[in-house]
Design a protein. Structure first.
Length: 315
């Protein structure tokens, strides 16, 4: 065979091979969507400081659970700046989950023992600089079944202090002035938190969050939050409007137990029209709604505050 005929044959084969590749490419599946599994789920925005409190119900409830995948997808959709978690039972699984969420870091606040319902944090590294994380009232105060965890951080040049809590559960709805009464323990815990802020952060922007295991709108004689409610010049429950709206209840829509408390240094920022607070109904974005959410995620919904911060400002 002559060299010219060989060259022609090679060119024909090359053309056929290239054409075949092009045809195959047209049948490849489309690339995955960048919107993730919850494209319509959102909270806050790039211009606001967005904080969530979220009880994850014995995370993970078992080591084969798909709960971490659900939580990671929800965080990816919401893009909060800081999340304060409660009921983290297996630290290694939590930190492994954080590693799958692009742009976030995390810390388990308390001990690493199994089934100890630890507190934990994650934060968005592009917007938040964490200066310090530490526990207060460390195992020396019976009102706190879990040490409150403090995060000192900077967001957009503004210094803030967020305190994560999981107060004692249960009780009969009455405050009995005895040491082991559940309501009395919550009342004492609130009193101690108030005192700690007054001594250690009297002029700082403080946000107290967590599963506080009681209702904001109880009558005064039964209300464990009286230390804060009786001091409206210095404290405001941002989520108070949610306490009377059943569709906004944070615990299985049966009660509102997860709260966000602001110090007066944040009053003006929170009063802006661009600041918001809400119970984030993730279940409404799921195919099987409440059954899917409670079966795979938690019995608590995240509660979030979005604050339009202004640099400076003092009490």
């Amino acid at each position: 065979m002559s060299r010219s005929r060989i060259l022609v044959l090679l060119m024909i084969l090359l053309a056929l091979w290239a054409g075949g590749c092009g045809k195959s490419d047209t049948h490849l599946p489309p690339p995955p969507s960048d919107d993730g599994p919850y494209p319509d789920l959102s909270f806050g925005g790039d211009a606001t400081f967005d904080v969530l409190t979220w009880n994850l119900k014995n995370f993970p409830e078992d080591l084969a659970s798909d709960q971490p995948d659900y939580v990671a997808d929800i965080i990816t959709a919401l893009q909060p700046d800081v999340v304060a978690f409660q009921e983290i039972n297996v630290s290694s699984v939590f930190l492994q989950m954080v590693g799958t969420i692009e742009g976030y870091e995390g810390r388990v606040a308390n001990s690493n023992s199994y089934n100890s319902q630890n507190l934990a944090w994650i934060w968005r590294t592009a917007t938040v600089t964490v200066d310090n994380i530490y526990d207060i009232f460390e195992r020396d105060s019976s009102p706190f079944p879990r040490d409150p965890s403090v995060m000192e951080l900077t967001f957009g040049g503004v210094d803030l202090l967020v305190i994560n809590n999981h107060l004692k559960c249960c009780g009969d709805g009455e405050i009995a002035l005895v040491e082991d009464d559940e309501e009395y323990r919550r009342l004492l815990a609130c009193t101690l938190l108030d005192g700690w802020v007054e001594i250690n952060a009297p002029d700082r922007r403080v946000i107290i969050v967590g599963d506080m295991n009681d209702k904001l709108n109880d009558i005064t004689s039964r209300n464990v939050f009286v230390p804060f409610l009786d001091d409206p010049d210095h404290y405001l429950f941002a989520d108070m409007p949610l306490a009377t709206i059943p569709a906004s209840y944070s615990w299985k829509l049966q009660s509102h137990l997860d709260h966000i408390l602001l110090s007066d240094e944040l009053f003006a920022d929170f009063a802006k029209a661009t600041s918001t607070v809400e119970t984030i109904r993730v279940d409404l974005h799921m195919e099987n709604a409440m059954s899917e959410y409670q079966g795979h995620v938690s019995d608590h919904f995240p509660v979030g505050v979005s604050i339009d911060l202004t640099p400076g400002g003092t009490r």
